[in-house]
Design a protein around this ligand. Structure first.
Ligand code: PEP
Length: 254
């Protein structure tokens, strides 16, 4: 049985002060939320120390939204895995479609980041997903297979068990358009079958695969009710305490 994992990706929103407001309000609701779920918040870098300090004794975990594949040196604007560990970050989102599309991150670069994260015992939330054009051209499975095979190259079985995959169809991110539960389930089942090819069934059955793309309180139950959907990566609806809490409540049940 895979434990669901629900994460809020705040993107370029919420500095330290808004982060504190959110966490204080969210923590006051935590006792009323289901227990059998991992909850993760991903603030921008500048807010990570505030988040981990406030959540030091909480069951809520903290993710960075990105990191460098390098350890140190002349890489202006970058943050290393070691720096994230120093401020007690637990997870790191890697390969988000915005990083791929806007900042040109390749599968090879994302792979280097995934391996670096594992070296430092940070758990990657490894994002994959197709564009609308790719889906309409019938390339969904090819795109996902390539992203998985190249992005997870040299990841060991043990590391794979500590990797979360987020399937996020690009056309559903921030658009209000959600994949239907069946479309999402079909893609998740395919992702798991690729993991089975690469790692065998005993590993693939344990890997958690989140769905991301316009997850809201009113669609969380149906999406997370699908057999191969083990949680959600939430953008817009993760910025408000009430909608994020409702996604957790509706998605996981009591
Ligand atoms: C995301 O950015 O990962 C995401 C899923 O965003 P949204 O929920 O706003 O579509």
């Amino acid at each position: 049985m895979r434990k669901p994992i629900i994460a809020a990706n705040w993107k370029l929103n919420k500095g330290p002060s808004d982060t504190e407001d959110f966490i204080q309000s969210f923590e006051s609701k935590l006792n009323d939320l289901p227990k059998g779920v991992d909850i993760v918040l991903a603030p921008p870098y500048i807010s990570l120390p505030k988040a981990t300090e406030l959540l030091a004794h909480s069951r809520v975990r903290v993710a960075a939204q990105n990191m460098s594949e390098q350890d140190s040196g002349a890489y202006t604007g970058e943050i290393s895995a070691l720096m994230l560990k120093e401020v007690f970050v637990n997870y790191v989102i890697l390969g988000h479609s915005e990083r791929r599309a806007i900042y040109g991150e390749s599968d090879a670069l994302i792979n280097a980041k995934v391996l670096k994260a594992h070296d430092l015992e940070l758990r990657p939330i490894f994002c994959i997903g197709e564009t609308l054009q790719e889906r309409e051209d019938g390339k969904l499975e090819d795109v996902l297979r390539t992203q998985i095979t190249d992005g997870l190259k040299d990841v060991s079985e043990k590391q794979m068990l500590d990797t979360v995959i987020a399937y996020e169809p690009v056309w559903a991110i921030g658009t209000g358009v959600t994949a239907s539960p069946q479309q999402a389930q079909d893609a998740h089942e395919f992702v798991r079958s690729v993991l089975t090819d690469l790692y065998g069934v005993s590993v693939s059955e344990k890997v958690r695969i989140q769905y991301g793309g316009s997850v809201k309180p009113d669609n969380a139950k149906e999406l997370l009710g699908q057999k191969d959907i083990d949680g959600a990566l939430v953008g817009g609806a993760g910025l408000e305490v009430s909608s994020f809490a409702d996604i957790i409540r509706n998605g996981v049940g009591e």
